[in-house]
Design a protein around this ligand. Structure first.
Ligand SMILES: C[S@@+](CC[C@H](N)C(=O)[O-])C[C@H]1O[C@@H](n2cnc3c(N)ncnc32)[C@H](O)[C@@H]1O
Length: 207
């Protein structure tokens, strides 16, 4: 693959430092969308490309049974460290989401934050997410859209890796959308900093 973000060692290298690259605070859209605790202590959440675990650990603190998936072993190690610091446990999976066998109808909530893949791989991973949602389950996504290319607030430097409304529609149109919008956001998430062109999506699988 032409750009370095494709490889887990790109992220392992960055996560090896002590400080948390994207902070230890959850993403603001996640905070906005997940206000209530889960209905039962058995409700399961999957955080895809969870990095150093800021979002997965926050969900675990709120009572979700969390699976935090990332292909960077150094990120997984920091997720486990953050969970221990916060006194919660979660399941970590070190795997490539573009080839992972997403289990069928297992999760009540799936979150993807700034999780970018080249288009063909994204199609596979997104289909896996839809399959893995239970009927009635929700999916949340926030990431860069293609208009981010000239901006310096972060993101992969390949247009093919970023979101567009028609791609979101094609991958997640089967979900009933409650949020589906292109927004401008000022990011204050560790290394992601400054004005950004972002896509936000929230959708629910039919019961
Ligand atoms: C920009 S970081 C975002 C991390 C986290 N979601 C957050 O918001 O703090 C992107 C993450 O996706 C992970 N990632 C990229 N491609 C992946 C793949 N194919 N399978 C699993 N994880 C992947 C990287 O290792 C990295 O941790």
């Amino acid at each position: 693959m032409p750009i370095a973000e494709m490889k887990s060692d790109f992220w392992d290298e960055r996560y090896r430092q002590d400080r948390f690259l994207f902070s230890t605070q959850p993403n603001a859209f996640l905070l906005d969308q997940v206000k209530e605790p889960p209905e039962t202590g058995q409700n399961r959440a999957l955080a895809v490309g969870d990095g150093e675990g800021r979002n997965g650990v926050w969900l675990a603190e709120r009572g979700w049974q969390v699976t935090s998936l990332d292909y960077a072993a150094e990120g997984i190690a920091k997720t486990e460290r953050l969970a221990a610091l916060r006194g919660v446990s979660l399941t970590t999976v070190c795997a490539d989401a573009s080839t992972w066998a997403f289990p069928e109808e297992q999760f009540d909530l799936i979150v993807l934050f700034y999780f970018h893949l080249p288009r063909e791989a994204a199609i596979r991973a997104h289909a896996g997410c839809v399959r893995a949602l239970k009927p009635g389950g929700r999916l949340l996504l926030e990431g860069f859209r293609k208009q981010q290319m000239p901006l310096s607030s972060g993101g992969p430097k390949g247009e093919d890796w970023m979101y567009a409304a028609d791609e979101i529609q094609s991958d997640f149109g089967v979900l009933e959308a409650t949020v589906d919008r292109a927004v401008g956001r000022v990011l204050r998430e560790g290394r992601l900093h400054g004005s950004a062109a972002v896509y936000q999506f929230a959708g629910r699988k039919a019961r």
